[in-house]
Ligand binder design. Structure first.
Ligand SMILES: [Zn+2]
Length: 163
């Protein structure tokens, strides 16, 4: 039996249902909101493969509405794929609000996530990220150290071009 997930409470429902068995919300596609709303909803999806894909699409769309939800995703998940894609997407959207969350990932997450966080901080290009990136030059992983150095170089180049 196929299941569909409630857009309000995330309960799994039989696909034949038109309202959620748990909360009574409509399960009809056309009432599920616009595309960005549905992607933001998918960041909370109970299937672990869904949130990383939604984060990737949100990054491609450069939609600033996704910044806070992606930051929230980095705070609540321990899934490596979701953390990687959230960091990558926050780099693409390049909103400085993401700097503290990315700095936190850079200090303490999986190696691949630390690399993405360093790259994202370089992409955002805000000098506020310099202390976190400088600290990452002492990371135990050579890939993280290299990504941090690249990000610092990008920041320095940007600063030089401003003068
Ligand atoms: Zn529901």
């Amino acid at each position: 039996m196929l299941t569909i997930y409630c857009p309000v409470c995330y309960a799994a429902n039989a696909e034949t249902r038109v309202v959620c068995a748990e909360c009574g919300a409509s399960l009809m596609e056309e009432e599920a909101g616009d595309f960005t709303d549905r992607l933001l909803w998918a960041l909370y999806h109970p299937e672990p493969t869904v949130a990383p894909r939604a984060a990737w699409v949100l990054g491609e769309r450069r939609d600033r509405r996704a910044v806070e939800p992606l930051i929230a995703l980095t705070a609540r998940t321990r899934e490596m794929g979701a953390l990687e894609e959230a960091a990558r997407a926050l780099g693409k959207i390049s909103d400085p609000r993401a700097i503290p969350a990315l700095a936190s990932l850079l200090r303490g997450s999986y190696v691949s996530v630390r690399v993405q966080a360093a790259r994202a901080l370089g992409a955002i290009g805000d000098p506020c990220a310099v202390p976190a990136l400088t600290q990452a030059l002492a990371d135990s992983s050579a890939s993280v150290r290299a990504a941090a150095q690249e990000a610092l170089n990008a920041l320095a180049a940007r600063e030089a071009s401003r003068r």
